[in-house]
Design a protein around this ligand. Structure first.
Ligand code: COA
Length: 158
């Protein structure tokens, strides 16, 4: 099952709950994404912005998602997560490639994102696609633990 192929497609309405469940599971890790538990899954499902969301599916299961929040100013801001058991198998790369295509088709001139400096897998993924570091925000996120985490800003001109 874990070696089954996966497909990338735009998110649909019935993906809302699995998207929120995946998001909540990644938040539980308290490591890669800014959100920490508790996540209100039903509220998150209801409010998920489907426009600009791409999903990776294996069989009937949603194994990853990427959202591009399109600004009025020509850039899009990316957030993404791959289910833990699917990491390191090219899912993130396939999603990011599709996101870049999605953004180009819509005439965006740039993609940007923020990433925690310890997130080596994410930084390697973004660099692989040509994203460059544009700056560092110092002690930007207060975590539930009380720690203050920096973020790196990265961008890709399309
Ligand atoms: C970051 C994340 C999206 C990467 O997705 P993924 O499916 O594991 O990525 P891929 O398998 O496509 O790997 C992409 C590249 O990252 C690098 N990479 C992957 N895992 C790595 C690791 N553990 N350490 C260092 N580099 C790693 C590799 O260079 C790989 O490129 P390759 O094709 O040359 O091998 C995934 O780890 C994740 O969802 N993490 C938790 C949530 C998160 O951190 N989201 C991003 C917030 S900014």
């Amino acid at each position: 099952m874990l070696d089954a192929p996966f497909q990338i497609r735009p998110a649909r309405d019935h993906d809302r709950r699995p998207l929120a469940v995946l998001f909540a599971a990644v938040a539980e890790e308290r490591d890669g994404i800014a959100t920490e538990p508790p996540v209100d899954v039903e509220a998150r499902a209801a409010s998920w912005t489907l426009d600009g969301t791409l999903v990776a599916v294996a069989g009937a299961e949603i194994i990853a998602s990427l959202h591009i929040e399109r600004s009025r100013f020509g850039f899009g801001e990316i957030g993404m997560a791959v289910a833990r058991e699917w990491r390191g198998r090219g899912v993130g790369s396939a999603l990011l490639a599709a996101a870049i295509e999605w953004a180009r088709e819509r005439g965006l001139h740039k993609l940007s994102l923020s990433v925690f400096p310890h997130n080596a897998a994410a930084i390697a993924l973004y660099r692989k696609f040509g994203f460059v570091e544009e700056g560092r925000r110092i002690k930007h996120y207060r975590r539930a633990s009380g720690e203050l985490w920096d973020t790196l800003d990265m961008g890709l001109l399309l």
